[in-house]
Design a protein around this ligand. Sequence first.
Ligand code: AMP
Ligand code: MG
Length: 351
Amino acid sequence: MKTNVQQVDCNEPQEDVIAQAAAILQEGGLVAFPTETVYGLGGNGLDAAACKKIYEAKGRPSDNPLILHISHRNELERIVSNVPEAAKKIMDAFWPGPITLIFPKADCVPMETTGGLDTVAVRFPAHKVAQALIRRSGLPIAAPSANSSGKPSPTRASHVEYDLGGKIAMILDGGSCEVGLESTILDVSVKQPILLRPGAITKEMIEKVIGPIAVDAAVLEKPQEGVAPKAPGMKYTHYSPKAEVILVAGNTLEAQTQEICRLVEEQLALGKKVGILATEQTKDAYPKGIVLSVGDRQKLETIGANLFKVLRKFDFLGVNIIFSEVFDTTGEGMAIMNRLNKAAGYHIVKV
Ligand code: AMP
Ligand code: MG
C-alpha cells in the first residue's frame, strides 16, 4: 500500500484534506493524525474490522485496548453507559485536552476496540486537526499511538512514516506535537478514581478538582508477576529504542553526572557507542559519549515534549547503550519517569 503523506495546517485544517482522510475512515481504512499528545493511528472505533487493522499495522497485542476519540461531549452518550460525577468535573476542568477517562461501555462499542473489557477509554483532544477529522467523519475514532508496538510514541509525522509507511492509507502531517507524551488515563468507572497512566494533566491537577485519587502500582514500579496492571497496555515493554537504556539515580545531580561519566568510560573501553540523555543544566558536564539534551529541568514540559524524539534520535545515531539522568516524580515528572522506567525495563543504577 502506498501511504499518502499530506501536510495540514494546524490552525485552519484544509477542508479538502480533512474530507479525504474522513472518507478513508468511513470506508474502514486507517489514517494517522496529529494530536496535542502524540500522533494517533485512527480507524472507525465502532467497526471491529477497522480495529483489527489497527492492531495488525502496529503489531499490537489484541488485549491492549484502544482509546476512542470524540469531538464534542455530547458524543459520549452513544459510547458509554454511565457518566459518573467525578468524570463530569474532570471533563469540565480539562476537556478538550490530554486526559483520557475510563467509563463503562455502551453495547455498540465492539470488544475488539476494548480488548475484551466492559469498559471503554474516551478522550476529547484539543488539537484542531484531530477535532476536524473526528467531526467530518461523524465517528468515534479509535486511535492508539501511531508507532510500531513497543517503540517510542511518534511526535512527528516522520516518526509515523518510519514505523508505519506502506501499512496505512494516509498520514496527516501537522508538525510536532506540543505535549509529546501520551494522555493521562484516569479510571472513573470505579468508586475511588485511579490514575492508570500519568501525563501532562498531573495527579496534583486532578486532585485539585476531585480530591485524593489512587495511583495504580504499575505507574512507577515494575508490575509483579501474575498481577495484571489495570491499564493492560502498562504490562508491555514500551518506548524502547534499539539500544539498552540504563537510568542513573543519585542524591544530587552532581552525583548522577559523575556516575554517568564513570559508566560511559567503562562502556567506551569495551568499544561501545554510548549515548547520554542529559538536560540543559548538565549537558556540558559530559566530556565523552554522544550527549543529547532532552530539555530544561526547570520546565518539565520541555522534557515531555522532547523525550520520545531524543530516544528515536539515539536509534538513528546507532548507539548501543544509553545512560539517562532521572527526575523527581512530582508534577509532570511522574509521567516522564513512567516512560523512562519502561524504556529502561526498570533498569536503574543507584549511587
Ligand atoms: P495508546 O493509545 O497507545 O496510548 O494506548 C492506550 C492505553 O489505554 C493503553 O495503555 C491501554 O491499556 C489503555 N486503555 C484503553 N482502554 C482501557 C480500558 N478500558 N481500561 C483500562 N485501560 C485502557
Ligand atoms: Mg501507545
